[in-house]
Design a protein around this ligand. Structure first.
Ligand code: NAD
Length: 266
């Protein structure tokens, strides 16, 4: 019997042809690289980000791969979230894929010196923002199904000294992912989380500087020494995993945590 036939391209496909995708934090390093891959795979893409200037730059950078819808919105504000979901429904006709990815790193300091305001800010974006995205996008996907990928981190699975609020927020993403997957399964909505090690984006430049203001390069070497494969991830390393989880190839995968970490959590 020829089992290979079960995996023919019409049964199982990694492309996103005709899929409509939202990416939050879409102007950032990981978000914009994922947008590029999604466009190359045939998706229609809407980028959501706080920063309109960065959104315009991302749209310009992506223009050779396709046209994107850009929406300036704060993921931690429910009215903004309702607005971006409605705008995407109006512009693209629905939502098949949601990359729930916006996040901030907070301040690098020992837990005993972290300020309450900084803790609250990280929680507002990384946890409330993630929750609000799930709440309104899952509602929009009801009846049609879809795939949601939440960005956690290796900091959602283990400690990250100096980053207590961030670590707490990224662990919370695991809980939200589990609940959303349990509640979404009956509607055909799959929900998974991705857990990158340090990735070469603005965020790591900020964490390196916070960790060693005199010598950020030394901080980078120290972080890299914790990765068995000996390097930071690149945004494309994460984007390829997100593409897989978004696609029909992952149609039996939900509620799962995927590391993309060069072996860091082994
Ligand atoms: P980045 O700073 O390049 O991108 C983050 C984007 O989110 C920015 O464009 C920013 O404007 C946007 N954003 C921040 N607050 C927002 C808000 N309230 N509303 C809407 N948009 C907002 O960083 P990145 O590395 O691309 O990070 C993307 C995700 O990956 C984050 O959730 C981050 O925690 C996670 N992550 C990053 C790393 C890393 O090392 N870079 C590792 C693991 C996980």
């Amino acid at each position: 019997r020829d089992y290979a036939g079960d995996w023919s391209s019409d049964v199982c496909s990694s492309d996103l042809k005709n899929k409509r995708a939202i990416i939050t934090g879409g102007a950032g390093g990981i978000g914009s690289e994922t947008a590029k891959l999604f466009l190359q795979e045939g998706a229609q893409v809407a980028l959501v980000d706080l920063d309109q200037v960065a959104l315009d730059e991302a749209a310009e950078m992506l223009s050779e791969y396709g046209k994107v819808v850009t929406i300036a919105a704060d993921v931690s504000d429910e009215a903004d979230v309702e607005r971006y979901v409605q705008e995407v429904k109006n512009e693209l006709g629905g939502i098949d894929v949601f990359f729930n990815n916006a996040g901030i790193e907070g301040t690098v300091a020992p837990l005993t010196e972290q300020k309450v305001e900084d803790f609250d800010k990280v929680m507002a974006v990384n946890v409330r923002g993630m929750f609000l995205g799930l709440k309104h996008v899952m509602k929009a996907m009801e009846g049609a199904g879809g795939s949601i990928i939440n960005t956690s981190s290796v900091a959602g699975l283990s400690a990250g000294p100096g980053l207590a609020p961030y670590v707490a927020s990224k662990h919370a993403v695991v809980g939200l992912t589990r609940n959303a997957s349990a509640e979404g399964a009956g509607q055909g909505i799959r929900v998974n989380s991705v857990h990158p090690a340090p990735v070469n984006t603005r965020m790591m430049r900020s964490i390196e500087k916070g960790s060693n203001p005199q010598n950020a390069e030394a901080a980078k070497e120290e972080y890299e020494s914790h990765v068995p494969l000996g390097r930071y991830g690149e945004p494309e390393d994460v984007a390829r995993l997100v593409l897989f989880l978004a696609s029909d190839e992952a149609s039996f995968i939900t509620g799962a945590q995927y590391v993309v970490d060069g072996g860091m959590t082994t």
